[in-house]
Ligand binder design. Structure first.
Ligand SMILES: Nc1ncnc2c1ncn2[C@@H]1O[C@H](COP(=O)(O)OP(=O)(O)O)[C@@H](O)[C@H]1O
Ligand SMILES: [Mg+2]
Length: 207
């Protein structure tokens, strides 16, 4: 009963675009889960398959993972291991956004191994959220978590773009990854990748 009530509110909120305006905000939220799970590696993949009309967003981490009972409950909005508030919304909100755009959410997790969250969206669906500012989201997460090896893979099934902190660090010659010039370079680099891979493929990214 309570749950049905929540689902109604969730859908209304999403419909009004009050919380999650774009995919980058979801990405921020799901990556924060990985950080809270003590991940040392977070791998983000965005794949646009024009033939299948499907956008896949995958976030994989090597954090503490979830046991089966938590994993089975995690789509339930009242499940959280946080102590600061009682309701966990990140995963249910992403599931709502995916389902509203003809897609779905999958989560795989293994205790002390890690977690993989995969959301799919029908690219042409009228309710599909736009990508938003992926470069800024990744840059902000890098700036606040310089010990985590973050990697990004973008693909349109014909071309791909790959970025990883561990790769970048080889060329930094001791300059810290959270140096402002390095962060701005990373943001511009990822932005170029997004334009190259998704320009003209996702209608919000000019071709
Ligand atoms: N990547 C992850 N690794 C381990 N546990 C996770 C991960 N993502 C989510 N969880 C678990 O699922 C719960 C619900 O997540 P979420 O829906 O984002 O709500 P919140 O982050 O507000 O708790 C988290 O509190 C955490 O226990
Ligand atoms: Mg969360």
């Amino acid at each position: 009963m309570l749950n049905e009530f929540f689902l109604l509110i969730r859908d209304l909120v999403c419909q009004w675009g009050l919380i999650m305006r774009d995919i980058s905000l979801h990405l921020m939220d799901i990556m924060q889960n990985s950080i809270r799970a003590q991940a040392t590696e977070i791998n983000v993949m965005l794949i646009a398959d024009r033939e299948k009309d499907e956008l896949t967003v995958e976030i994989r981490d090597n954090g503490i993972g979830m046991d089966e009972s938590l994993l089975n409950q995690v789509r339930d909005p009242f499940v959280t291991t946080r102590t600061t508030r009682k309701v966990g919304l990140g995963i249910p909100m992403l599931e709502a956004s995916a389902e509203r755009a003809g897609g779905k959410l999958d989560i795989k997790s293994q205790k002390s191994k890690g977690t993989t969250v995969v959301a799919t969206f029908k690219i042409s669906h009228i309710d599909r959220l736009p990508l938003g500012n992926i470069a800024e989201t990744i840059m902000n997460i890098i700036a606040a978590n310089k010990e985590i090896d973050i990697s990004l893979h973008l693909s349109n099934k014909q071309e791909e773009f790959n970025f990883s902190i561990s790769e970048i660090k080889k060329y930094l010659d001791g300059v810290p990854i959270d140096n402002i010039d390095v962060l701005i370079w990373i943001k511009d680099y990822i932005n170029d990748g997004v334009k190259t891979i998704f320009g003209g493929v996702l209608n919000e990214v000019p071709g």
